[in-house]
Design a protein around this ligand. Structure first.
Ligand code: ATP
Ligand code: MG
Length: 938
């Protein structure tokens, strides 16, 4: 994480996240691990070089960007001198504009919500939440499958009732969930209108009707469809392709769920730079905007600021205790109730009115899923109103059997009904406090996130829970509770992006589920004779910092028979699993608690390995590098076989040898010497050699082949959607033209077409209208295009004649004005053209009169023509003739007058005529001449 500071610096102007991207590129001796080439490329310029054309800079920055993308997974490094930072900032100030163009490449944060998805982007030196295609700041997380196309986001919302069984909700809840998870049918199905079934790989899938066929799509695919829509409207809004994003997810998401999100993003064409826990994103947005955080560089003992973040959205309840010091946030604990959110509060009201309406109106709402859904919608509105009012009405028209229902709902009774839910708020808070090792007295502020924290009861409860000794309310409202997560993600994206310079801020997250690594005990030598070898170890326990690295040293037996069977090479499988304790911390069902398998291959018997001499069975020492990465995913990305050999020390080559070894040279005994082959008594040293091993990774994510297949299918469906949309557009154009032409034929165009043609054209338009609503309903795009062009072939000449007649008077007027002006000027009785040869003036006069005659003749011919015939002279020809007259006349008439002859005067007299500004009268005359020359005859 330390390396993040090498990215952009954001200086906070105000609490609303107005950020100034002060500097864009790190200094040359402060390389960013993610973009080493960008550093070199852009810092090849000295300050004086900064006048280099902006295009060069853009190319460099773009190159840097691509290099960064390739090195995205590289680890960060940040150590550098303060002096060099200063120099780099200075040098970069002038690069701001160029860099900010590159910045628009795509720095996007997505809060993928169960109900609503919010998108924020870094731009205009700040973070903006963007609006979707219908100008809403949040987009329903829905996908609907229609007869011809899919409807995504907002358009899916409008289909939700009419296309009830093929509209999929709960994408976030169901992505990466196994169908055998008991929650799926018992809890989630009731909030999703389509049927949930088991898909490939045992995942949850949606069963829908698409293009009149029964289809099953995995939730990863459905989420990918939705992400595609988010990508489209974001790209339109930022006017560049949206690719790089930071995505949020609840902190309780398992490895399997996170990987499914990554797969979905990949299918949709998004490149996820990081998956960030909802509350960590909110905490980042909070911390980076605070300029008054305790500064431990000034006083090591200063107490960090402790803030508890509480998120209650539509489906879950999350608590996170975070401590802030200047430049860093550390998550100290997290706790969740992953099945407590706004929808559960709706459900208690639903339960009540299902019973009440059954009694009152004799209707079985539960037997009718559509009616139940509409009741849920009505109830949600009621719940929101009760957050600010003590009483409201629940009214639903034609709920069932054409019966309207209504009821008066009081906040007091609502509070009574939700008591069991309210009782569940305390548990996660207590757990978070205990895990962080603090009491509520240590909490400085409580920040709320998520729509359901608007519930008055929830706010009140939290206020009381954290109440200070003097009754102070610690609830603070610094964050925008609907947008904090998306903003935090966009900030994180800006921090990772190499083209932004963001204020240095380190984020250290907290591991919620303990993870172990395990292997086959039979392959590992026993520590004591008769005991089994160790088969597992806790690699990342509860509270382990995220990200973090672990190095493991394992010993594997190398039985001769196994070596012989496998060409002298054997493998060693290490599996990552959740520990049993993860279940008690709310881990969603994960088959066999399995996370991944890492098969280390190419292990062989090494001749110099001292283990070979032990109990007769050779042993290999393997070092494995495991990581809990910033996405909260286990990565095993390095394994080496260690070989220890004794070599004779060569003092003169000591430095070289040291470079290849880990251990300091050791003196060895004569016995050891003898064991190593004997020889003359000389100083020996133990040398460690490392041999890289291959790792084959198997995770809970979809296989590469499956992701590719889904990606291709998504491309096809997307192309179909586009074709359907384009076809509808062409159909609309044809329909519009039919109405437009019919109206024009009756009015403006009526004189410009013969009566007979008008009658035929009108009836053709009528026939086309009938066809559009009949056989043409399902016509293809090309048929609509053909039909429109056939109609236009008839209509366009009429429209053109009408336009000619409409514009001709103006063209004629301009022509006459110019010609008449010329003639008037020529006949003026002054000396304005005295300097022009009379023959030239005569030519001008003749040309003007000739052109005027042409105009008169043409106009009179046109006037003699019937209007339904194409005019003999067009407006364009009239304008051309006027232009040609101007080109002839102007050069002659605008010829400058020669300067009047000035009599030579004695020097004193000339000096006396100098005005008090120092200008001579002659100079003034020159000015006058210039002005004259500039006059045009027009
Ligand atoms: N004024 C209000 N009073 C009570 N509840 C509200 C109010 N406004 C919104 N909500 C509830 O907030 C929930 C939506 O919040 P939000 O948009 O944060 O959820 P989400 O992010 O989509 O869901 P999740 O975080 O669970 O994935 C809904 O259940 C909605 O009824
Ligand atoms: Mg949310």
């Amino acid at each position: 994480m330390g390396g993040w500071g090498t990215g952009p610096t954001i200086f906070i102007e105000s609490i609303r996240n107005a950020l100034i991207f002060n500097s864009t590129i790190p200094s040359s001796d402060e390389p960013t691990a993610r973009s080493p080439a960008s550093t070199q490329l852009l810092f090849g310029y000295s300050p004086s070089d900064l006048i280099v054309p902006s295009i060069v800079l853009l190319v460099c920055a773009a190159l840097a960007y691509f290099v960064y993308r390739r090195s995205q997974e590289a680890s960060s490094s940040s150590a550098s001198s303060k002096k060099s930072k200063k120099t780099s900032r200075k040098a970069n100030e002038s690069l701001l504009n160029e860099a900010s163009i590159v910045n628009q490449m795509s720095v996007v944060g997505i809060d993928f919500g169960n109900l609503n998805t919010v998108v924020a982007v870094a731009r205009n030196r700040g973070i903006d939440v963007i609006t979707n295609e219908v100008s809403n700041r949040s987009t329903p997380s829905l996908v609907s499958f229609g007869e011809k196309q899919r409807y995504l986001g907002e358009s899916a919302k409008t289909q939700e009732i009419s296309n009830f069984k093929s509209t999929v909700a709960g994408l976030k809840r169901l992505i990466g969930r196994s169908f055998e998870d008991p929650d799926v049918l018992a809890l989630e199905q009731k909030f999703v209108n389509c049927k949930l079934v088991e898909g490939e790989r045992g995942d949850v899938a949606a069963h829908v009707t698409y293009q009149n066929e029964s289809r099953t799509f995995s939730m990863t695919q459905v989420a990918a469809m939705f992400f595609g829509q988010v990508k489209d409207f974001t790209s339109k809004e930022i006017k560049t392709q949206c690719t790089d994003v930071v995505l949020s997810c609840p902190g309780w998401f398992s490895d399997r769920q996170r990987r499914a999100m990554l797969d979905a993003a990949e299918i949709s064409g998004l490149n996820v730079l990081r998956i960030m826990n909802d509350l960590t994103a909110s905490a980042l947005g909070y911390g980076i905007t605070k300029t008054d955080l305790p500064d431990q560089s000034l006083d090591e003992k200063v107490k960090p600021r402790t803030v508890v973040f509480v998120d209650m959205g539509n489906s879950s309840y999350q608590v996170s205790v975070v401590q802030f010091v200047k430049g860093k946030l550390t998550v100290k604990s997290t706790a969740y109730d992953r099945n407590l959110g706004g929808r559960d509060f709706d459900e208690v009201i639903v339960d009540h009115y299902v019973t009440e309406f059954n009694k009152k109106y004799k209707m079985d709402i539960r037997a009718n899923p559509k009616a139940l859904f509409r009741l849920r919608q009505g109830v949600e509105k009621v719940k929101k109103i009760l957050s600010a009012n003590s009483v409201t009405m629940l009214n639903i028209e034609c709920l069932l059997d054409d019966k309207d229902v209504s009821a008066e709902v009081h906040r007091a009774e609502f509070l009574e009904w939700i008591k069991p839910l309210m009782a569940r708020l305390k548990g996660p808070l207590d757990q978070a406090m205990a895990d962080a090792g603090i009491s509520t007295a240590d909490v400085d502020f409580v920040e709320l996130v998520g729509g359901s924290t608007r519930l008055a009861a929830v706010k009140e409860f939290l206020g009381e829970y954290f109440q200070g000794p003097k009754g102070e309310n610690k609830i603070s409202t610094t964050l925008n509770l609907d947008e904090a997560v998306a903003r935090g993600c966009a900030l994180q994206c800006a921090m990772i992006s190499p083209v932004f310079k963001v204020r240095e801020f380190t984020v250290q997250d907290w591991n919620h589920y303990p993870i172990s690594l395990s292997w086959d005990a039979a392959l590992v030598p026993a520590t004591k004779t008769g005991e089994a070898g160790v088969s597992h170890m806790e690699a990342f326990g509860i509270g382990n910092a995220i990200p973090s690295n672990k190095g493991l040293t394992l010993t594997r037996k190398l039985p001769e028979a196994e070596l012989a069977e496998n060409n002298g090479h054997v493998k060693f499988e290490v599996e990552a699993k959740y520990d049993a304790a993860a279940k008690t911390r709310g881990l969603p069902h994960v088959p066999q608690d399995w996370i991944g398998k890492f098969t280390i291959t190419g292990i062989k018997k090494l001749s110099g390995d001292p283990n070979a001499a032990g109990d007769g069975i050779a042993k290999a020492t393997i070092k494995v590098k495991a990581r809990l990465d910033a996405n909260n995913l286990i990565v095993v990305d390095g394994a080496q076989q260690i070989e220890e050999v004794l070599v004779a020390e060569e003092p003169e080559k000591k430095d070289d040898a040291a470079m290849e070894t880990d251990d300091k040279p050791k003196e060895v005994s004569a016995a050891q010497l003898a064991a190593s082959g004997g020889g003359p008594p000389t100083k020996m040293k133990r040398v460690t050699r490392k041999h890289d091993l291959r790792i084959v990774v198997l995770t809970a994510g979809a296989s590469r082949e499956l992701v590719k297949e889904w990606h291709a299918l998504e491309g096809e469906m997307n192309a179909t959607d586009r074709l359907v949309i384009d076809t509808a557009e062409k159909r609309n154009q044809l329909e519009e033209y039919v109405y437009y032409a019919r109206e024009k034929l009756d009015m403006a165009w009526s004189d410009f077409i013969t009566d007979a043609d008008r009658t035929t054209f009108s009836s053709e338009l009528n026939e086309m209208e009938d066809w559009l609503y009949g056989d043409g309903e399902d016509a293809t795009k090309s048929v609509f295009v053909e039909k429109l062009s056939a109609l236009k072939k008839k209509g366009d000449p009429v429209a053109a004649r009408y336009l000619q007649a409409d514009e001709r008077p103006r063209a004629e007027k301009l022509f006459r004005e110019f010609a008449n002006n010329v003639l008037i000027n020529l006949s003026a009785e002054d000396d304005r053209y005295s300097h022009i040869a009379p023959a030239d003036l005569e030519k001008v006069k003749k040309e003007t009169n000739d052109k005027l005659k042409w105009l008169n003749d043409s106009i009179s011919k046109v006037n003699d023509q019937p209007k339904h015939v194409n005019p003999v002279v067009t407006v364009e020809q009239i304008n051309l003739e006027r232009d040609s007259l101007m080109y002839f006349v102007n050069p002659i008439l605008n010829k400058p007058k020669p300067a009047p002859k000035v009599e030579e005067k004695p020097a004193e007299e000339a000096a006396a005529e100098t005005d008090n500004l120092g200008n001579t009268k002659e100079a003034a005359t020159e000015e006058g001449k210039k002005e004259e020359q500039n006059m045009d005859v027009d």
